[in-house]
Every structure is written in C-alpha cells, then in structure tokens.
Design a protein around this ligand. Structure first.
Ligand code: EPZ
Length: 420
C-alpha cells in the first residue's frame, strides 16, 4: 500500500487549478448510459473512482474512452444491465447505474453496496422511489434485481424522500427522465452536483422543472439524445486547498473554480480570520496569524458540507480557542479524530459532536488515513507539523483528489509517495 512522506513545516502558498468535481462526474458518467448515441463529457478528473465507473459502463458494452479529461461514450449497444460486486464494492456510487439502466432498459441487476467507514449508508430511498414508479425489486444474494412493470417503462408518480439524499435524488431523476408520465419528487437534494446532473439531462432532452430546489417535476420523454457537456469544478477540492492557507498563515489561489459553489465554506473561512477574494473563476484565501475558533454543523446544501468537515477540523485544531463541530449527515465521520490527536491535536468526541480545543502546533507522526476527506485533513496537518510524518493507506486520497502530489508540491508542501 502506498504511503505519503511529508516533511514540514510548510507555508501553504501558491496557485492550484481545480479539477472537475468527482461527485458530479460519477452521476454524469452513469447518465451516459441513457442516450442511444454519443455523449462527450469534458473536465472529468482522473481518479480511481471515475476509472471504476468507466470500467463498469464499459463492462455493459458501452463504447467508452477517456482522452485527457474528456470522456466519449457511445451507448448505442448495451449488452447487459449488470453491475458486479467486484466493482461496486470498491465504490458505492456504482449504485447510480441502477436508475439509468431501469429508466432506459426497464431492467437492472446491480450489486448492493455494503457499509463503509463513514456509516452504514443504506440505499432504501433509491429502492422505495423505484418501487413507487412501478418497479419490481428483489434483493437476492447481495444483488438488487429490478425490472419495470409490463411494457418495460417506469411510471411517473409523486414521491417524497424520507430524508435528503444526494445519490437517491440523482438515481431517481435519471430514471424519471425516461419514465412514462410525470414524476413529482419532494425533499430532493439541492447539492450543486445534483444540479449539474439535472442540467446535463436537460441537455440530453429531459424535461425537468425545479432544478436546484427541493421539488423537482420531471416529465418523462420517450428517449434522450447525446450531448456535449462539461463537469462543474470540484468544490471540495477547492475548499481543501484553501483550508491549507488558513492552517499555515498561507496564501492560496484556486483557479478553474467558482465561489458560487462554496459559500457556506467561504463564510466559515472568513469567520476564522481569512481574507477571501473571488473572481469569475477563482478564489484566493490569505491568512495572517492563528485562525479563530468557530462552531460548525454539517448540513445538506446550502449548509456546511460534510465533505469539508475533516479539513475544517484540522484548521480548528490550530485555532485560538475552542470550536464545536457537529456531524449531522453521517453517523461515523470522526475517524480522523484519533489520528489528529496523535499529531498533537486536542479533540474530544461526545456523540455527534467534536469539541476541538486549539493547540499552537501539530507534531509529526505516523498516521493512518481512514477515508477520503480524512486523508486530506491528515496531509494538511502533516504539512504544518515540523518534521517527518508518514501517512498510510493513501489509496483513499487517490479515489478523490486529482493529481494530488503535484498540486500540493505547487503549494509548497514537501511530499513524496512511497510505493509499497
Ligand atoms: C454523496 O454520497 C457524496 N458521494 C458523498 O461524498 C457526500 O458526503 C454525501 O453525498 C453527502 O453530501 C457522491 O456524490 C459520490 P446521501 P451519498 O445519499 O449520495 C442516508 C466524499 O467524500 N441515506 O446524501 O451516498 C445516508 O446513510 C463523499 O466525496 C439513507 O439512510 O449520500 C447518509 O447518512 C463521501 N438511505 C445520508 O442519508 C438512503 O437511501 C446522506 O446520504 C440514502 C441515504
């Protein structure tokens, strides 16, 4: 397993071009199954997770290739509607092919994703919505076997999600785009990645009202056509690098991104004392002195995103005062806490709340990455600690951060990959 060796202490400063969003790319790649001709998708990041989804779709017979950051897929001939456990177990987002397959072909067999390190993460809402659209669903031998009612098309319906689910909303709007009749969905997720998918579906000929709001109305069409589309910037990657500036009295300029995507995060950065300036496609964070302590609660969009919780916590570790961080989205997303404490942080957990008493500095240590965003909090902490830290299990970071070593090096971090 590869590791990172990081030698601090660095001032995190410089310019970094943000890649396309991982969490937008995955549903957009799944949506390439929907039209019966060619779709071209630009700004797709090169990541383990996007590779997995491309492999999954290729396995279904789609003619798909990635050239640089552009993916070209011709889904004229789809040979099977099957997503095997071997791929799904490496990436939960594989479940997103279920909606596309059911919508277009009225049939799908997709391995049920298991739990993961941040929580049990069921997909009951996805299945409940498909059932409401007339699908017959059986879970057998770890697989969801689903088929549309007689006639092979799902039927539009009114459905209210019991909770806000990003993946659930994405899966269902793909299916509803090709259903017979109108689907009215309440309590939809409004995350920018959901909006990006809805916009691409519209570019394919789908009829969707209420994009970016909790109520979406989708009038099903008989077929969708290919389109050319570009993935939005990765708001979490943007926020992760900007957070480095706050931890190190640094100065980070992120380009190819948009402040529109991360208002709640930028507001917290400002509350912590950073000077944030923005332009059409860039955001800069400049920090002088120690960060101020803040209180954060993760919420669905437009609240503070759970995917920035670990990185913000790393900033709070160095703050002047005590911060409170409440994790509301996932039941187990504090796995980075013991690792940050091993680096000298002072964090206490009480249920879903982490109480972070700021310390003056991190100390270097060997630590273990536990999930994708946790990995980034440890990388940033290591960069700010004086001396050598080793971060193990960095396969997590390879799943979601494009070109991470080069980007960190450009920001002044002394980082080296140790292959193992
Ligand atoms: C997406 O996961 C993201 N993943 C996650 O990013 C992100 O943390 C999450 O949304 C929340 O913003 C991708 O987009 C690929 P959910 P998703 O369905 O869709 C519960 C990262 O680091 N729930 O909104 O799986 C669920 O257990 C990652 O990039 C049900 O109970 O998240 C969770 O507690 C990790 N039943 C909550 O809802 C369901 O049927 C939110 O999950 C669906 C969800």
């Amino acid at each position: 397993m590869d590791k990172f060796k990081i030698i601090g202490k660095s001032r995190i400063a410089g310019e970094v071009a943000v890649s396309g969003s991982k969490n937008a790319s995955l549903p957009l790649l799944a949506a390439m199954l929907l039209p019966s001709d060619e779709t071209i998708l630009h700004n797709v990041p090169t990541l383990k997770d996007t590779d997995t989804l491309i492999k999954l779709i290729a396995g279904m017979g789609v003619n798909i290739k990635k050239e640089g950051n552009t993916v070209i897929a011709d889904a004229r001939h789809v040979a099977n509607y099957y997503a095997p456990y071997e791929l799904v177990r490496t990436m939960r987002a594989s479940i997103l092919v279920l909606g596309a397959l059911l919508g277009r072909f009225g049939e799908a067999e997709v391995s049920l994703p298991g739990g993961c390190s941040i929580g049990s993460r069921p997909v009951d809402q996805h299945l409940k919505a498909f059932e409401a659209m007339g699908a017959v669903i059986n879970v057998e031998n770890g697989y969801v076997k689903a088929h549309a009612p007689a006639g092979g098309r799902l039927i539009g319906c009114d459905f209210t999600f019991d909770m806000v689910t990003v993946g659930g909303t994405e899966n269902v709007i793909m299916a509803a785009s090709l259903a017979k009749g109108t689907t009215r969905l309440e309590n939809c997720a409004c995350e920018p990645e959901v909006v990006d998918l809805a916009n691409m579906l519209v570019a394919m000929g789908a009829k969707i009202d209420g994009i970016g709001t909790p109520t979406m109305i989708i009038e099903g069409v008989e077929s969708l056509h290919g389109c050319e589309y570009s993935v939005i910037a990765d708001r979490i990657e943007t926020g992760s690098y900007l957070a480095g500036a706050l931890m190190s009295e640094g100065d980070v300029l992120t380009t190819n991104t948009s402040a529109e995507l991360l208002h709640p995060v930028l507001k917290k950065f400002e509350a912590m004392g950073a000077t944030i300036t923005t332009g059409d496609n860039w955001i800069r964070a400049v920090m002088k002195g120690r960060p101020k302590a803040v209180d954060i609660r993760t919420q669905v969009h437009p609240g503070f995103p759970t995917d920035m919780q670990a990185q913000l916590m790393a900033v709070c570790c160095l703050a002047d005062g005590t911060s409170t961080i409440i994790e509301n989205i996932f039941e187990n997303r504090f796995m980075h806490v013991p690792e940050l404490n091993r680096m000298g942080a002072n964090i206490r957990i009480d249920g879903h709340t982490a109480i972070v008493t700021g310390v003056e500095k991190f100390s270097p240590a060997p630590v273990m990455a536990t999930d994708l965003r946790a990995s980034m909090s440890l990388v940033m902490a290591a960069a700010c600690a004086e001396g050598e830290s080793i971060i193990d299990r960095i396969y997590h970071i390879d799943r979601g951060y494009d070109n991470v070593e080069q980007k960190l090096k450009a920001l002044g971090v002394n980082i080296e990959r140790i292959q193992g």
